[in-house]
Design a protein around this ligand. Structure first.
Ligand SMILES: Cc1ncc(C[n+]2csc(CCOP(=O)(O)OP(=O)(O)O)c2C)c(N)n1
Ligand SMILES: [Mg+2]
Length: 356
């Protein structure tokens, strides 16, 4: 395996000579977020199977990459996520109920909380990358102390927008961190069919920026490399590419069946490097966590997730006319005409029975 930054090894002990600047309290806080995120993920999967939410893209296995990087962010920073970074959005303050609403096709589910620099989840691969570079460049021009982080997957590095974004960021010295969650698969396409380089991090050299490869299942190492990159960006040191090496346990989305293209042995191998189990082992060995606390945490998470599901299910369905209302502050003449058409259809003309 190519070189990477690692602090916490899969057996839950610190690598020889490695230290973390994270306090015990912060580590416990990270652990709580990781457990809550995994339980959310499992619940969402089961809700989809019951037909209570729509298509869902699970992220179990990738909690350390998400929680570690989110903990390195400052309030002023800008965040551009994909569909996969739900744990990041929870830490930034997006509620789980609004995420459930999103998966139910409710328009308000895409909304970020007021005052939080979080963009909506991007599904069109890589398109968020040049946008994030633009946002970072704007921060630089305005002389703000903010950095931008943009998330994407391994497969996304094959798109032109990734290369354009990387080049512009380096040329402009934009304060942006490119955070790639290399989970080894782009739906059913494995990494080896995606690129001919040994790592994603090494691509940074071609653009003139640092590239860092990190054990993405090691929350301490992910925090460390992300914090360093964000601090450097805020201090005028320009962009960084981070490759967090991790694995998704579940299907790409609920419409996918990974048993058709992935070997069980590969999954078993990654489960032995589980990000949550290794942090738990560490916390137990330090005496800052015990099985009673574990039980209490799981019970509290279950209750919280139940409340969030109930809250989402209480919200009435989006009205069809809302799709027009959320585009502009004031409707354009063309959208007004479309609204009239929707109202006409809603009255039953054309046999349509959607809520309008
Ligand atoms: C422009 C574009 N092309 C194709 C797709 C369909 N698509 C959705 S996710 C995906 C694979 C993405 O893989 P990766 O970048 O590794 O991210 P991951 O889903 O593994 O987190 C593809 C091809 C899309 N959403 N957008
Ligand atoms: Mg991937």
């Amino acid at each position: 395996m190519a070189e990477w930054v690692q602090i916490l090894t899969p057996d839950g002990t610190l690598k020889e000579g490695a230290t973390t600047r994270l306090s015990e309290e912060r580590l416990v806080e990270m652990y709580r977020w990781m457990v809550l995120s995994r339980m959310f993920d499992q619940r969402a999967l089961s809700l989809q199977r019951q037909g209570r939410i729509g298509t869902y893209g699970p992220f179990s296995g990738q909690e350390a990459a998400q929680v570690g990087s989110a903990f390195a962010l400052e309030k002023e920073d800008w965040v551009f996520p994909t569909y996969r970074e739900l744990a990041v959005t929870f830490i930034l303050g997006k509620s789980m109920s609004s995420t459930f609403l999103y998966t139910m096709g409710h328009l308000h589910g895409a909304r970020s909380p007021e005052g939080v620099h979080l963009m909506p989840a991007q599904i069109m691969l890589a398109t968020q990358i040049p946008q994030a570079v633009g946002a970072a460049w704007a921060s630089k021009i305005r002389g703000e102390q903010a950095a931008t982080i943009v998330y994407f997957g391994d497969g996304t590095t094959s798109k032109g927008d990734f290369h354009e974004g990387m080049n512009f960021a380096a040329v402009l010295g934009a304060p942006v961190v490119f955070f790639c969650q290399n989970n080894h698969w782009a739906i059913s396409t494995p990494l080896a069919k995606q690129m001919a380089t040994a790592t994603i991090a090494e691509k940074a050299a071609a653009y003139g920026m640092p590239g860092v490869r990190v054990d993405g299942n090691d929350v301490m190492a992910v925090y460390e490399v992300t914090k360093e990159a964000l601090d450097r960006a805020r201090q005028g040191g320009g962009p960084t590419l981070i490759e967090a090496v991790t694995y998704r346990y579940g299907p790409h989305t609920t419409s996918d069946d990974p048993t058709r293209y992935r070997m069980q042995e590969e999954l078993d191998e990654w489960r032995r490097r589980d990000p949550i189990q290794r942090l738990k082992t560490y916390l137990l060995s330090k005496g800052i966590w015990d099985e009673d606390q574990e039980e209490q945490l799981k019970e509290a998470c279950r209750e919280k997730i139940n409340r969030e599901v109930e809250e989402a299910e209480r919200v009435s369905r989006s009205r069809l006319s809302e799709v027009l209302e959320v585009v502009y502050g004031e409707l354009t003449p063309d959208l007004k005409r479309q609204r009239q058409e929707i109202e006409r259809l809603g009255k039953g003309e054309g046999g349509v029975t959607w809520p309008v």
